[in-house]
Design a protein around this ligand. Structure first.
Ligand code: MN
Length: 203
């Protein structure tokens, strides 16, 4: 097996009440595990030497959709688990905090635009804060398990912050109320990780 399910750095119930334990358990041990299993199976059936996600994302249009969907699923969820944490910082830190203020005017403006983007994503997908190809911060969304690293998707750049807006991420606690789920996201963000991603993307 090339890819494995990453261990969470916190317990399934650690993010309660923002994300309940049952949601975390199913999301990690069932949904994410399935992306990992299906990715490994799909790679085994391909005759390719380079099986890194970076390579696969750049070839996604030439590979079966199963690679794009499950490779994206594995990458996006691995990132998401690291970007959330019990007792997250309330506000961005460091260089990213400055860049958010510079780009969006204020953190409040940023959260407003990020929330609007999440509500504008029809169906399943992800909301991103990313460093675009011009080296500027931007907010955008992708359908399904696409991400900004993929060659053929709607936005391109390096992910800084990721929010899963598939219903499986919030349905047990929030049912259809995606806006309520997004409003709680700000309580559990690990801005230290986002700052590391930002600094790495800037290099
Ligand atoms: Mn998910």
């Amino acid at each position: 097996m090339i890819y494995t399910l990453p261990k969470l750095q916190y317990a399934y119930d650690a993010l309660d009440p923002y994300i309940d334990a049952k949601t975390m358990e199913i999301h990690h041990s069932k949904h994410h595990q399935a992306y990992v299993d299906n990715l490994n199976k799909a790679i085994a059936e391909l005759d390719i030497e380079d099986t890194t996600l970076e390579y696969l994302f750049k070839q996604a249009s030439a590979l079966p959709p199963v690679i794009r969907n499950n490779g994206g699923g594995h990458y996006n969820h691995s990132l998401f688990w690291n970007l959330i944490t019990p007792g997250g910082n309330t506000n961005p830190v460091g260089n990213l905090a400055s860049a958010i203020n510079e780009t969006f005017g204020s953190f409040a403006n940023f959260t407003e635009q990020f929330t609007a983007a999440s509500m504008g994503r029809f169906g399943s997908g992800w909301v991103w804060l990313y460093l675009n190809e011009e080296g500027r911060l931007a907010i955008g969304t992708t359908p399904n398990q696409d991400n900004p690293l993929m060659l053929h998707t709607t936005i391109k750049g390096r992910p800084i912050l990721a929010l899963d807006v598939w219903e499986h991420a919030y349905y047990i606690t929030y049912q259809n109320r995606r806006a309520d789920y997004v409003s709680q996201f700000w309580n559990i963000i690990n801005w230290d990780v986002a700052e590391e991603l930002y600094n790495a993307a800037k290099q």
